[in-house]
Ligand binder design. Structure first.
Ligand SMILES: NC(=O)C1=CN([C@@H]2O[C@H](COP(=O)(O)OP(=O)(O)OC[C@H]3O[C@@H](n4cnc5c(N)ncnc54)[C@H](O)[C@@H]3O)[C@@H](O)[C@H]2O)C=CC1
Ligand SMILES: O=C(O)CCC(=O)C(=O)O
Length: 528
């Protein structure tokens, strides 16, 4: 199968090498597409790579029939409708580490340009003015830098500011005293940071609760003549409030790399001499662009070839070490989910995933997603995948529970899936046999031992002499060869099951003929 990848924003050519080296991946770089042209193009692509320019909207995703993965060559995914992607089963990956240094360096360049009026002085000199009085700056040494958001970039900025002999104080909901001490900075509440700082730089993502985090109220708390930097996302600072705070003289200057609306050609902040700005250049270095392009390219190639992505945004990430441990169980989880889905035709109300033994020691949610994917596939087809499995289950009104227990009887690991319907609970359990792969070992209360492959016929019947022979004869007359057969019963003459492996799919007439046998209560076929 050939995978088609569209690169819609400018990316380092070097960084696309991990994709170009695959003969089954075709890369098309089209960075000048209008939104309308992109809508027309998208149905033919399996993967889309963007930076911050292209808006990946729900409307675009609606048309993206083949799209499996979106790669964001950078950190912020606010230009991608993550909810719509998740609902459509499209995984979104980003490159969270590759541009950290560049963004931190850009922030420092902005702080230094701001404190010494470098852009304004440069502009004046180019206009043939030699004005030394107008551009009196301030030293950074001894000044306090307030950092709002001490993640990857915020932390790197803190280290660099310390190099400038600044005092640093930060606010981040995850910042502990221990971490602050380790970096050698102070920490406080948002209010404390805003009150203490001579320079304030924001490094949070743009989220519901960070939109306009720095607003008119926040400006009131700040020192007079404070200087503001935003190299994170437009919208974290309320632009109207910033404009007013500069015009009123409260804020002495602002350095902005990002804006609420980009490209920010008409932004009125740009008319103020106190505002210096760059057109979203925080990550625009040769190094960062190469790093992020390599990271997303590798993730996309990996994902398209069936492996897990390293930096997923809309499903939980799994560390390599953890992945090594749970990956062998993926096939078991998916096949068992698929198997159990055929045991009942009633509407599912609840799914319970029970992990016992070795497997219970791992983070099992990735397995649950895959089991639910297998389970929903019977009715939802290939539309369901590990990205949207939980969402689709919830949308269908199904509640999902996970149980873990270390103890197992007889098996070192056991995964049991219970499906609860309005009328009953059906169950299948499977294990991973060392070196032999997955086995289904329980169907409801019955013991079996079958590999979840090929064509399986599950027959519920009454335990009576001759029933096995009748059933074998009947399949023979329908030219169905039985490869393997398992029988188990509850008690003599009571409920029993047969689990047959047959060489081909059973047609409806064969199923009806089996059902017509008086001892047979139910016949189900599962084709893996
Ligand atoms: N200008 C540019 O070209 C670039 C901009 N960015 C942007 O920089 C920002 C930071 O990126 P990273 O450091 O990589 O992200 P990160 O995820 O490592 O750090 C973000 C931090 O913000 C904190 N945070 C969240 N809500 C907060 C709140 N209400 N108050 C205080 N802190 C809060 C989080 O706890 C986290 O520690 C993002 O918005 C990203 O999109 C990143 C790279 C380049
Ligand atoms: O792609 C870019 O140049 C912007 C980078 C950015 O804003 C990010 O990584 O969040």
């Amino acid at each position: 199968m050939m995978f088609h990848i569209l690169v819609a924003d400018p990316l380092s050519e070097e960084g696309l090498k991990p994709l170009r080296e695959h003969s089954d991946i075709n890369v098309s770089v089209q960075t000048e597409l209008s939104p309308e042209a992109l809508l027309a193009e998208i149905p033919t692509y399996d993967a889309l790579i963007v930076r911050s320019q292209t808006s990946v909207t729900a409307e675009l995703l609606e048309k993206a029939d083949r799209l499996k993965i979106i790669g964001r060559a950078g950190v912020g995914t606010d230009n991608i409708d993550l909810q719509a992607a998740t609902q459509r089963g499209i995984i979104v990956v980003n490159a969270p580490h590759g541009n950290t240094n560049s963004a931190a360096e850009h922030t420092m360049a902005m702080i230094m340009s701001l404190s010494r009026n470098i852009p304004q002085a440069y502009h004046s000199l180019k206009q043939h003015e030699w004005n030394r009085k107008k551009f009196l700056g301030t030293e950074l040494k001894g000044k306090t830098l307030g950092i709002v958001g001490l993640g990857r970039i915020g932390t790197e900025v803190a280290f660099r500011a310390k190099g400038q002999r600044m005092q640093v104080i930060a606010f981040d909901p995850f910042l502990t005293e221990e971490k602050a001490e380790k970096i050698g900075i102070g920490y406080g509440s948002l209010e404390e940071v805003l009150k203490a700082a001579d320079f304030i730089t924001v490094h949070t993502p743009l989220l519901k609760n960070t939109r306009h985090l720095i607003n008119a109220e926040a400006f009131k708390l700040m020192k007079d003549n404070v200087q503001i930097v935003n190299c994170a996302r437009g919208g974290i600072i309320d632009e109207e409030a910033l404009y007013d705070a500069i015009v009123s003289g409260k804020v002495a200057g602002a350095a902005l790399d990002v804006f609420e609306n980009e490209p920010a050609l008409e932004n009125k902040l740009l008319t103020l001499p106190e505002v210096i700005a760059t057109p979203h250049l925080g990550a625009s270095t040769v190094e960062a662009q190469e790093n992020v392009a390599i990271d997303v390219s590798q993730d996309i190639a990996c994902y398209l070839q069936g492996s897990a992505a390293a930096n997923p945004v809309n499903i939980p990430a799994i560390s390599n070490e953890h992945m090594g441990k749970v990956k062998p169980y993926f096939l078991l989880a998916e096949k068992l989910g698929e198997f159990v889905s055929y045991q009942s035709d009633e509407a599912i109300e609840e799914i319970v995933l029970n992990y016992a033994g070795d497997v219970s020691e791992y983070e099992v949610t990735p397995l649950s997603r895959i089991a639910i994917k297998g389970l929903l596939k019977r009715h939802l087809g290939d539309h369901v995948n590990e990205v949207n499995a939980m969402y689709l289950a919830e949308k269908k009104g199904i509640t999902v529970h996970e149980n873990k227990t270390k103890t197992t009887k007889g098996f070192t690991n056991l995964l049991r899936i219970d499906i609860v319907t309005g009328k009953r609970t059906v169950t299948a359990a499977g294990t991973l046999l060392n070196g032999l792969g997955p086995r289904i070992v329980h169907v409801d209360q019955f013991h079996v031992d079958v590999t979840p492959t090929g064509h399986i016929v599950l027959i519920h019947h009454r335990d009576q002499p001759g029933v096995i022979g009748k059933m074998g004869n009947l399949l023979g007359t329908h030219h169905i060869n039985i490869a393997t057969m398992q029988v188990d019963r509850w008690d003599e003459g009571g409920k029993a099951i047969m689990l047959l492996k047959v060489d081909r799919h059973l047609e409806p007439d064969s199923i009806s003929a089996l059902k017509a046998l008086p001892e047979i209560e139910d016949v189900r076929t599962i084709d893996f």
